[in-house]
Design a protein around this ligand. Structure first.
Ligand code: FE2
Length: 411
């Protein structure tokens, strides 16, 4: 198949892409169709590498209002609502909702998802279900699974064993939640345990790290230190790190040196953290987001995720990462021309580094043919006008398509 006339990643020159056997075989301008080769004219639209959801909890999605709505919008009322929803949780329920949300994602150009699955459940039912879903959906969506200890590793009965069992079952990444552990000592021990478990089993790491407005929450320095000492480096990700918003600048200066040495990745979740953080502030109210601008300026890798889609903690979400990027640029004050133009990287190339899939990702000859086509010429326009994803091609196969919207103004 020859795809003609595309603006690849904001290029001002039109290019063509040849896809054979599920891979890109040639990318350049003025490519001629071979005898019998099918041609698709993209008509001067934007082509990007596929979007990536680098942080979500699929097992909780699409449960908002079932059976009760979170009226205050707080984290704690969210937990209370989830307790009421939990009795209905079973394999069939999770599979039905995940199948729906994965299709919502696919329609919006997402082809890879990293999901955190709660393993503070003695039956590990959600983990088992998600592992089955990873296999069932693999032709349409690549799913990476994090063993996520929602109630802690040291602070939950048998927490270490449940984490070990989840890794044995087939989790791709080891999680942790240091700011939720009962004590600072438990926090440090949980991180030592999690990173050692990952190193021993050749797994990735993604920690819910310091998702709190407490400036004394300093799990991040332990994560970065262990990533460095164990040689895990960019196999490790710190998600949220919202406490960094409140760190004093002198501490931040010291910490930044370690972060750069450790080369770990960061995931910010602008929608959910602006919604949930700052709840105990009066005024001024903190924005609840990590220092994306500063981390990026120092060469550290940051990607953006949803965290929640239409669940007790976040009542919105349609599976489009556009709003995540749009709000993320506002709250981090990254609204310069280049910042906006390149912001697709937070949900594509940067997220590929977070998922550690960069070797098989991107629009390059020899790599799997994954790309999306947007109804715009560059990402600035796509973001500003909320352009549709017209086509999503994964391993050379079309997995989603849409028609460009037609509007008529009658004056
Ligand atoms: Fe999360």
């Amino acid at each position: 198949m020859l795809y003609k006339n595309a603006y690849i990643e904001n290029s001002e020159q039109l290019s063509d892409l040849r896809v054979e056997g599920g891979k890109f075989t040639e990318i350049g301008s003025g490519l001629e169709a071979k005898a019998g080769e099918e041609v698709c004219n993209l008509g001067g639209k934007l082509v990007l590498p596929p979007f990536i959801e680098s942080h979500v909890h699929l097992d909780a999605t699409l449960t908002a209002g079932d059976p009760v709505w979170n009226m205050s919008g707080t984290l704690f009322e969210g937990i209370a609502c989830w307790e009421k929803r939990k009795p209905k949780l079973n394999k069939q329920d999770i599979k039905e909702r995940v199948n729906r949300v994965v299709r919502m994602y696919a329609a919006n150009g997402i082809q890879h998802i990293r999901t955190h699955v709660d393993v503070t459940d003695p039956t590990l039912m959600a983990m088992e279900t998600m592992i089955e879903l990873r296999e069932e959906l693999k032709d349409w969506m690549d799913i990476q699974i994090v063993a996520f200890p929602q109630d802690g590793i040291l602070s939950f009965p048998n927490g270490k064993q449940l984490m070990t069992d989840a890794v044995k079952m087939g989790a791709d990444c080891v999680g942790a939640i240091p700011h939720y552990e009962f004590t600072r000592e438990y926090s440090v021990e949980s991180l030592n345990f999690a990173l050692n478990l990952a190193a021993e089993n050749d797994k990735l790491v993604d920690v819910h790290c310091d998702e709190i407005d407490d400036e004394a929450s300093r799990g991040l320095e332990t994560v970065a230190c262990r990533a460095l000492e164990l040689g895990l480096f960019d196999k490790v990700t710190a998600s949220h790190t919202t406490a960094m918003h409140s760190y004093n600048n002198a501490y931040m200066l010291r910490l930044m040196r370690l972060l750069k040495l450790s080369r770990i990745n960061f995931v910010a979740n602008p929608l959910v953290n602006t919604h949930l953080q700052g709840r105990v502030d009066t005024y001024p109210k903190r924005r609840g987001i990590t220092r994306v601008k500063e981390l990026t300026a120092e060469g550290l890798n940051v990607s953006f995720g949803h965290d929640d889609i239409f669940d007790p903690w976040y009542p919105m979400g349609s599976g489009s990462l556009r709003d995540v990027v749009f709000l993320g640029l506002h709250v981090t004050q990254m609204m310069g021309y280049e910042d906006i133009m390149n912001s697709y990287r937070f949900i594509s190339t940067n997220a590929a580094k977070t998922l550690h899939i960069q070797d098989s990702y991107g629009i390059e000859a020899g790599k799997p043919a994954g790309f999306i086509v947007m109804d715009a010429k560059n990402y600035y326009d796509a973001l500003n006008h909320d352009s549709a994803v017209l086509l999503s091609v994964k391993d050379g196969k079309t997995i989603a398509q849409a028609k460009a919207a037609e509007r008529e103004v009658l004056f």
